[in-house]
Design a protein around this ligand. Structure first.
Ligand code: GAL
Length: 802
């Protein structure tokens, strides 16, 4: 029977390589002990030389094998991700090589290992080699370096299950499954075996099927079979039902190998009219994800990978993610399957297409991606064109044919950024950066392609409007609105399957891109996964739960000319009631005029006066209405540039009601704003069915405290170390983050964990976060704080998985 053992601990690492290090008896004193996932170099948050991690390094590990386990067995190492090229040696001899940092690979050690101690050495080339995608041109992201995903050791029988491909089709009563079993029988052992495939779901065993497997001279024979699975439940966004497929090879009734994976059953199709899931039209609302994190780049284990899917689905309410621009961690994709989050997964690349050898490597990436992930119900589209590359019909005919051959059940897309591109894919996937704030949010499909094919917007915004968490309120609001306008347009246009925004988070990049500090500030979240205002554009569209975020802090001095003109409430509530100093001044409905196609249009408020002119100033209702019109026009155009119609309307109001210019200026200063006017406390209440379901109060406030919140209180050492994010926020007396807090905090971590990144952290836009990494089992003490705001002490626990 096969065994699969995580091999993530006990590695030795040094940041250089030479051939002498391959020898089993090479000196080990120049090595540091590391655990996987590992980055070859920890980087600062920003302002670094991105070529610093481009070097060849050496990983080394002793692997002890029992004679009993070895007898009649095959041994292989399974690497999930090594950036960018790996050469693997075992006991001084070459065992295998892999080019490409985003796809896993297996290296067979059979014949190279012996009972007892064995030495595995991996030379890891993290330079941007032009023969390996995505390299050869420029790329707007960093690729980092190292063995940055997990590794397993497998002991296998001589003939083992290499793959089981399951396809399903609906029947009246459930699904009919067709199977292709492939056996790796490199030793060409003759045997008469039986395969038993069993499908198990949430309610237990569903169906199973046995068929003969006759092995002979073919080193890689395939066997086809099929069976009916009655009553299976469909996987969907709200009910992501998963099934397990377990395959056993039996010799004389005794199991000799077992292989299993999870899957789900759903019918997904991009059509010219839009996307359809299980027969139901679904507008896709998504974000692009890069798999990078501050300091450690790509090297993050399970919990952090899963957390991104939880944030996308749970906090941002999106229904699709694009794994831009490469296949991502199985942990992230597992969470997408479990949570009900659709995935558009694509091959590694960025604009550049290399020579024939490079293209062969790209096709190998396509194959590895699809073979790894073709049973995932979350994956609904394969990206088989290098992101934003030029047309190359021969190359893309090959990538499409390959994808369709290995997975005829899913459609392909190919992300381009120009019009009238040749369409070799099933879906015309297009990065639409048309929106500049004051124009059409998206191009029409007809302007982009004459093909009648399905159409999906795969990027928007991004570099068109980079926005930092600590930018001005006006810019942060416009960032949110630009995302919202694109979503509105996508919802409004029947032939657009949806829109996937650029991007989920800020990310490190090369010098050619970003803000000069090696960061692209394109995220709706910052690099620590903390929300910018644009996160509200997405979060407010979710139907689950209650969401309300106000675009302004209601501090007039933050805004140009000290005017709070218009405030957007991003909410899924039915109405918003506004009060000032405890008195209701108006109830406002979602803006269905400008955002009528969104599931939840924002509530736009530009009346902060209500009936106070009547109540407080004794104006007649008609006079109050006229004055409000005039004040609103002054806010909009400024008093020097009032359009004639407003001048006339305002003049008439003043004349009719005996108001002088000074009277109007005084009313403006009191009710609208003016330089030096005190800010006031406003409360925004979200209403559903006439009831208040949430509320937030904004206005004058000052520093109250640091809030320190760990994502979890217990870390679990399992396949490898665990991580936990700890969020630090400087909040005001009303409970909101202080967006311009520059407080610096210091962090100390003791016990069974260590800090990732620096121990002195400035808050960025009022908050930041750090991760700790478990170093074993036991209590973890964390102290976070500043001189001014005091220290917080937390105790977390790191446990083993048993
Ligand atoms: C696109 C590209 C992305 C990112 C984005 C920034 O052209 O595909 O990787 O660079 O622009 O807006």
């Amino acid at each position: 029977m096969r065994t699969r053992t995580p091999l993530n601990d006990g590695w030795l690492f040094r940041p250089d390589f030479d051939d002498a290090l391959v020898a089993p008896d090479a000196a080990e004193d120049g090595f540091a002990r590391v655990r996987l996932p590992h980055t070859n170099l920890e980087l600062p948050f920003n302002n670094f030389d991105e070529t610093a991690s481009a070097f060849v390094s050496c990983y080394r590990r002793h692997v002890h094998l029992d004679a009993a386990a070895l007898a009649g067995s095959r041994v292989r190492l399974c690497f999930e991700g090594v950036m960018a090229a790996a050469t693997v040696f075992c006991n001084g001899r070459l065992a295998g090589e892999h080019l490409g940092g985003y796809t896993g690979f297996d290296v067979e050690l059979t014949g190279l290992v012996t009972a007892g101690d064995n030495v595995v050495v991996v030379a890891v080339d993290s330079t941007e080699r032009p023969d390996i995608p995505p390299f050869g041109g420029v790329i707007d992201y960093l690729t980092y370096g190292g063995i940055y995903r997990e590794v397993q050791l497998e002991i296998l029988p001589e003939a083992f299950i290499a793959d089981l491909c399951v396809r399903s089709a609906p029947t009246g009563r459930g699904r009919s499954l067709s199977l292709v079993l492939t056996v790796d029988n490199a030793p060409r052992t003759a045997a008469d075996l039986v395969a038993e495939v069993a499908l198990t779901g949430p309610d237990g065993d569903v169906a199973s099927h046995r068929f003969p497997v006759r092995l002979g001279e073919d080193p890689s024979p395939s066997f086809e079979a099929g069976f009916e699975a009655p009553g299976v439940q469909l996987w969907d966004l709200d009910s992501p039902v998963l099934y397990t497929v377990v395959t056993m090879l039996l010799a004389d009734g005794e199991p000799v190998d077992v292989h299993s994976f999870r899957t789900g059953f759903r019918d997904a199709a991009f059509t010219p009219d839009g996307f359809v899931l299980n027969g139901r039209p679904l507008k896709l609302r998504g974000l692009n994800r890069h798999q990078s994190y501050p300091y450690v780049g790509y090297a993050m284990p399970r919990r952090a990978q899963r957390a991104d899917a939880e944030i996308l689905k749970g906090e941002l309410g999106v229904n699709i993610v694009r794994t831009s621009h490469y296949p991502q961690s199985r942990h992230f994709l597992d969470a997408c399957d479990e949570l009900g989050l659709l995935v558009f997964e694509e091959l590694p690349g960025w604009q550049h297409i290399g020579d024939a050898g490079w293209q062969a490597n790209a096709l190998a990436d396509v194959e590895a991606m699809i073979r790894r992930d073709r049973h995932r119900p979350s994956v609904v589209l394969w990206g088989v064109r290098i992101n934003e590359s030029a047309d190359d019909d021969a190359f893309y005919a090959a990538s499409n044919a390959l994808a369709h051959r290995i997975d005829p059940t899913r459609q392909t897309g190919g992300v381009r950024n120009f019009e009238n591109s040749h369409l070799l894919e099933d879906v015309y996937t297009y990065n639409d950066f048309a929106h500049r704030g004051d124009n059409e949010p998206l191009k029409t499909k007809a302007a982009v392609t004459s093909h009648a094919a399905p159409y999906l917007v795969t990027e928007h915004n991004g570099h068109m409007f980079p926005t930092k968490k600590f930018d001005t309120e006006e810019r942060r609001t416009e960032h949110a609105l630009r995302h919202l306008r694109v979503l509105e347009q996508a919802y409004a246009t029947p032939g657009v399957a949806g829109a996937i925004g650029w991007s989920m988070t800020d990310y490190n990049t090369h010098a050619e891109f970003g803000s000069g500090d090696r960061v692209c500030y394109h995220g709706v979240l910052d690099a620590f996964r903390l929300p910018k205002d644009a996160a509200a554009a997405y979060a407010s569209q979710a139907d689950d739960g209650v969401y309300l975020a106000v675009s302004s802090r209601m501090n007039p001095g933050e805004l140009d000319e000290a005017k709070i003109g218009r405030v957007y409430v991003f909410t899924n509530c039915e109405a918003v009631r506004l009060s000032l100093g405890g008195e209701v001044i108006g109830t406002h409905l979602p803006d269905r005029t400008r955002f009528g196609h969104l599931p939840h249009p924002p509530v736009v408020i530009d009346d902060f006066i209500g009936d106070r002119l009547v109540r407080e100033q004794g104006l007649s209702p008609a006079a109050a209405a006229g004055v409000k019109r005039l004040l609103a026009a002054v806010v909009r155009y400024g008093d020097k540039a009032l359009p004639l119609r407003h001048q006339a309307d305002g003049g008439l109001t003043m004349l009719r009601h005996g108001l002088s210019r000074d009277d109007v200026v005084a009313l403006y200063n009191r009710y609208v704003s003016g330089w030096g006017t005190p800010s006031r406390e406003y409360t925004f209440e979200g209403l559903v069915g006439g009831e208040v379901v949430c509320s937030t109060t904004l206005g004058p406030s000052h520093s109250a405290a640091l809030v320190v919140e760990p994502d979890v209180t217990s870390l679990v050492e399992d396949e490898t170390y665990d991580v936990c994010r700890i969020v630090v926020r400087h909040v005001d007396t009303l409970g909101h983050d202080l967006p311009y807090s520059t407080e610096a905090v210091t962090v100390e971590v003791d016990g069974a964990a260590s800090l990732i990144g620096p121990a002195v952290l400035p808050l960025l836009g009022g908050s930041t976060a750090f991760w700790i990494r478990s170093d074993g089992v036991g209590p973890i003490s964390i102290s976070v704080g500043s001189q001014r705001l005091g220290r917080h002490r937390l105790t977390l626990q790191s446990t083993g998985n048993g």
